[in-house]
Write a protein that binds this ligand. Structure first.
Ligand code: DSN
Length: 478
């Protein structure tokens, strides 16, 4: 797509929007300006291509299409069928998966569909037998009670939030921690690494129905073949949430035992992180779960977002190009450069480094909480998010860590030297930030004092790199 086409498409679109609500047009312009002028290091963010973004802005948004391809609860879904089939076909090819479900609106939705399908597939209940025989109306109160009891008493074992797992992996306050009896596995207190023998011992003792692998803030690769062995030994379903690293799987950086798709019964993901697609989710499954996953909408999800499914198809087509492999490898290489940049400047990293796209910086050695570090960095134009570290003394709100990721800036073209410079800038900001005090004069976990001139010099140094690697080069809004 040529630059002038994209420029004119967006210029005209914003003009149309501005005629109705100019403040939204202004905010949209400002968002582009802000994204262009800051160092985006949030590990779960990226920059989708203009083709992906443009695909989302169409009349497919206006169509209801509950159900699945060829089996809809609404008439007139022939074009949505085309879109959904294409997105699923690209996904199956990209990941080598027997089955792909591209309707989930987010990663949490994808995980809920996976939970639903595992329960529907593995829990024996009179309800399910009757549902399959299409006699739902014949269910007695006793049937429903049995169903609630059986569905509500299953066990899930997942990685704890402070070790890097996701909320939906059994975190107590999350729906996953309430709908399942849950237990969590963590990481080794000395190394910060997953200990598969500990996971196996927990699984043997707890006998979960669902073993969840995958992470949101663990800076290392996972041996999914080993996780499958553990699941098989205890008769569990292995569900892998690859939301964070789907791009590294698609780009063949994670292969063999590190590729979850052939090992997991069900793999879930978002499509907008390292995979660089539109915001959304997806479920990949082995054949035995396909029919249950297919009932995700309307049993778990609201109507599919057809415009987003179309954009998923475009993004997956992009990810099947050889250039995406080079991108994914660069994401991992850049994370190593970033980690080395910190280590040579004596900063502390959880697990001592990275071998994926995440670097988890423990900011306690700077005398700061994650919240203070996140705010100070934002003042200096460095966009990150605070994150717990294992056994975090500051809890999940203030935290002691900053999670950094390389997918977005790698899309802009940043390489080894730039990521080393990013580490230098972050260390400079944090070394020149002091923890503040509360109004009463006590120690504060939120307020902070950034040294004079730090924000300005960081922004100037960032601008040099950002100008060399413009976001959406050639996109000029008239
Ligand atoms: N919000 C996503 C992330 O930042 O990792 C996970 O839900």
């Amino acid at each position: 797509m040529t630059d002038s086409l994209v420029s004119s498409a967006y210029t005209q679109a914003l003009e149309v929007i501005g005629q109705v609500e100019p403040r939204i047009a202004d905010a949209t312009r400002q968002e582009l300006a802000d994204q262009r002028s800051s160092l985006k290091l949030i590990a779960s963010e990226n920059y989708a291509s203009p083709a992906v973004l443009l695909t989302m802005g169409t009349w497919f948004s206006d169509k209801y299409a509950e159900g699945t391809v060829g089996h809809r609860f609404y008439a007139g879904c022939q074009n949505v069928d085309t879109v959904e089939s294409l997105a699923a076909e690209h996904a199956r090819e990209l990941f080598g998966a027997p089955y792909a479900y591209v309707q989930p609106h987010s990663g949490i939705d994808a995980n809920l569909v996976a939970f639903w399908s595992i329960l529907a597939n593995r829990v024996e209940s009179p309800y399910l037998e009757k549902m399959q025989a299409k006699n739902v109306n014949e269910l007695t109160e006793a049937d429903w009670e049995t169903l609630r009891h059986e569905f509500g008493n299953q066990r899930l074992l997942g990685m704890s939030l402070d070790a890097g797992g996701h909320l939906t992996h059994g975190f107590r306050p999350n729906i996953s921690g309430k709908m399942f009896h849950q237990q969590q596995y963590g990481t080794d207190p000395e190394t910060g690494l997953l200990d598969y023998d500990v996971v196996a011992a927990k699984a043997r003792e707890f006998k979960p129905l669902v073993l969840v692998a995958g992470y949101s803030a663990y800076p290392r690769r996972v041996d999914f073949a080993r996780m499958r062995e553990i699941a098989d030994e205890v008769g569990a379903v292995l569900m892998v949430d690859m939301a964070h690293f789907a791009g590294l799987v698609a780009g063949k950086v994670f292969t063999g035992d590190e590729d979850p798709v052939p090992h997991a019964h069900i793999t879930t993901t978002t499509t907008h992180k390292s995979l660089r697609g539109p915001r959304g989710g997806m479920v990949l499954a082995q054949e035995e779960f396909a029919a249950d996953v297919d009932r995700g909408c309307p049993m778990v999800l609201g109507g599919p977002l057809s415009h987003v499914m179309a954009a998923k198809a475009v993004a997956f087509a992009e990810a099947r190009q050889s250039s995406f492999k080079a991108y994914a490898q660069q994401v991992a290489d850049n994370a190593k450069s970033l980690a080395e940049g910190f280590l040579t400047r004596d900063a502390t990293l959880v697990t001592g480094g990275t071998d994926n796209h995440i670097v988890l910086l423990d900011v306690s050695s700077f005398g700061l909480t994650g919240r203070q570090a996140e705010s100070a960095l934002l003042d200096a134009g460095v966009v990150t998010n605070r994150n717990s570290v294992p056994a975090d003394p500051n809890g999940a709100w203030y935290t002691s860590g900053i999670r950094l990721g390389t997918p977005a800036l790698t899309t802009r073209g940043f390489g080894h030297d730039e990521f080393d410079k990013v580490a230098e800038l972050i260390v400079d900001v944090l070394s020149n930030t002091e923890a503040g005090t509360t109004k009463a004069g006590g120690p504060s976990k939120a307020s902070y004092v950034l040294g004079d001139g730090v924000a300005e010099r960081t922004k100037a140094a960032s601008a040099e790199m950002l100008d060399k690697h413009p976001l959406y080069p050639g996109l000029v809004l008239g």
